[in-house]
Design a protein around this ligand. Sequence first.
Ligand code: GTP
Ligand code: MG
Length: 474
Amino acid sequence: MGPSLDFDPLALAIAPPPNETPQEREAREYAEAEAIRISNEIDEQIRRERDKERKKRKPVKLLLLGQSESGKTATLKNFQLIYAKREWLEERNAWRPVVYFNLVRNVNCILDLLTREMSAQSARDTVSSSDESSEDLQHPPLKFKEKHRLLKLRLGPLKRVQTDLERRLGSTAIEPHSTSVTTAAPFGEDRRALQEFSINSTNGWKTALEKIKAMRSARTEATEGPLRKVNDVDDEIAEVIAGCKDDIKAIWEDSTVRELLNRSKTRLEDAAGFFLNDVDRIAATNYQPSDDDVIRARLRTLGVQEYRFIFENGRTAGQEWLLYDVGGTRSSRAAWYPYFDDVSCFDEKLAEDRRVNRLEDSYLLWRSICSCKLLARTQIILFLNKCDLLQAKLMRGVRIRDSVPSFGDRRNDLATATRYFQQHFREILKQYSPVQRSFFVHLTSVIDTRSTAATLGTVEESILRDHLRRADLM
Ligand SMILES: Nc1nc2c(ncn2[C@@H]2O[C@H](COP(=O)(O)OP(=O)(O)OP(=O)(O)O)[C@@H](O)[C@H]2O)c(=O)[nH]1
Ligand SMILES: [Mg+2]
């Protein structure tokens, strides 16, 4: 054993010098206190920075809620377009078959109507050629010509194209027309259907696009031969569509067909995935989707989809965002956060339940979200979307009070209408929210990518502020 030290070297090092004068002692003690203060300040600063970093690294979570076709997925795509451009560009071309599918569906919808009307007419002609009294004087029968029969015949192959694309895209391509769920509320007692809607990232648009890519490469391998080289399935479809280009334009521009659409109250222009005005561009064999095409392309969302983006730019560059996109049909409403809605729908019915007015359903949905205790501490942002369609509808002379009697004699214009709807949503929030919270609302048309970029900038900032404030709680 070595000799034991009977003194503490540290104590010796910091001990005051011998013969210290009172002034020297005062100066030393002051310097020591100051050193401790600075050291504590540095520690505190490091702790704050670490805290900030930790909070910043937590993903920002955003849940998009609203009725089916209100534009949730279109908003999500805008987020990707603005903040994750690289991924957007990588994916853009894969939307080509979806645009084809939407276009072909538009044409087949016209063909179905035409076929039904033409056969109904010939049935009427044979039964009562002499019974003039049964004729609707307000709507004399439409006069179909040989041209219409030929168009039907020549556009026939598009049926097969639709079926083929439907098979490839899977159930996201099928729009539901009935539901057994009778409540608008996603947080009701009846949670039987919930297991079907667990969060997953394997069933959204990415999966549908991936499926197509996989089929494309399998097909390419199988057909690579000396006689015929088919690049991919899309090219085959592109050829069929290009071959039908003039007929598609002719049927869409035909005045008798337009009248038929009017009479059956079918407004394809307002429907999801409308591309008939872009046939020249889309039916070109070298067609590549534009950003706007991708935003407007329609694939239904099933269940709850999770999308993970690292934002490349904006105030939150480098920040991870988790965006949850839900299916909006009544049977899909499961677990929702910021709420999203469409205001052009005041005179429309739910596609999945024709008895229910869409605006009434929105109010019920909003009430359910506002009153949900689980979401009480969540920031809610209301998007009143499809303002462009609302404006067009009002310009056509559709009167709000015919569908919403409480609107009364107010001016039937966009500003008055949106003010009125906002007020209603605001009152519901005030009345049903378990805690007092601010009402954030944006009037949007998310197919307009430029104005949406500005809106999302504001939303990003507001969400981030809230996120940082409550990062520990998320
Ligand atoms: N004109 C117009 N069309 C829009 C607007 N927002 C969305 N759309 C279109 O409406 C259709 C439906 O939009 P989606 O984003 O698929 O709707 P969703 O809310 O995700 O619907 P689900 O997935 O069924 O819940 C798409 O074709 C969109 O391009 C808008 O503001 N104006
Ligand atoms: Mg969707």
